[in-house]
Design a protein around this ligand. Structure first.
Ligand SMILES: Cc1cc2nc3c(=O)[nH]c(=O)nc-3n(C[C@H](O)[C@H](O)[C@H](O)COP(=O)(O)O)c2cc1C
Length: 212
């Protein structure tokens, strides 16, 4: 049987950002996972879709049964997300919650998401715990199956601000990356959450109909 497809979603959309470096660290760790059957991992970058604040006439729940997306950006985002069996949201925290660009990207779609399993990984000065909670509420409300383990990747070296300033300038700090690479807790949580995701991906899909 063909391997299940999982998308690692780069969720930050700043012009300079650490999101791609965080996803690269996670991808290389997950590629060592022994979770079986081994899924196929791909990276999807929200920023590359240049989504404006939701501007379709249609309500996403009605697409495609009763309406169609009008704009090319929505069609492209839908086509990118729909083929996957599960998702890993790798999201920063902005102002004590999920970044607006992530919420907006989620809001664009409905039937592409629902019923599917999702693993939430957040990062930030304190690990992005508020963003993780917001994402859990949003995605569970939309009937995605959120896995129990939700790692929070914290910046190292606090209270000194050099790692925070490096991240603000778009560079994942060396101390931070080293602390993640050497942390048994980070490794365990990422591999445990991924194993939970792989298990859920193999479970029968939940019917994505009239589920609000
Ligand atoms: C608008 C904005 C708000 C932020 N708010 C928070 C916050 O509430 N909590 C936190 O831990 N970090 C916060 N940060 C710091 C981010 O964790 C840090 O800049 C990180 O690099 C953001 O991820 P990105 O580079 O992938 O965009 C904020 C950063 C920005 C740009």
């Amino acid at each position: 049987m063909a391997p299940k497809k999982i998308a690692l979603i780069i969720s930050s959309t700043r012009a300079i950002r650490i999101g791609p470096s965080v996803v690269s660290f996670i991808q290389s760790l997950l590629s060592s996972s022994t979770a079986s059957p081994k899924p196929e991992l791909s990276i999807v970058d929200i920023a590359s879709f240049n989504l404006p604040v939701y501007n379709e006439k249609a309500i996403p729940q009605t697409v495609p049964a009763m309406a169609q997306f009008e704009h090319a950006h929505s069609k492209a985002w839908s086509a990118a997300i729909a083929p996957f069996d599960g998702y890993v949201f790798v999201s920063p925290e902005y102002n004590f919650g999920v970044p607006g660009g992530v919420k907006n990207a989620i809001d664009y779609l409905y039937n592409e998401w629902i019923g599917k399993p999702v693993f939430i990984v957040t990062y930030g000065i304190q690990g992005g715990t508020n963003a993780s909670e917001s994402l859990k509420t949003i995605l569970e409300g939309m009937k995605l199956r959120v896995v129990a383990t939700r790692p929070n990747l914290k910046f190292a070296g606090l209270p000194a601000m050099d790692e925070v300033f490096a991240a603000a300038a778009g560079a994942l700090g060396e101390k931070t990356l080293k602390s993640w690479e050497e942390s048994e807790v980070v490794k365990k949580e990422l591999l445990d959450g991924f194993a939970e995701l792989v298990q859920k991906v193999e479970e029968p899909a939940v019917a994505p109909v009239n589920s609000t």
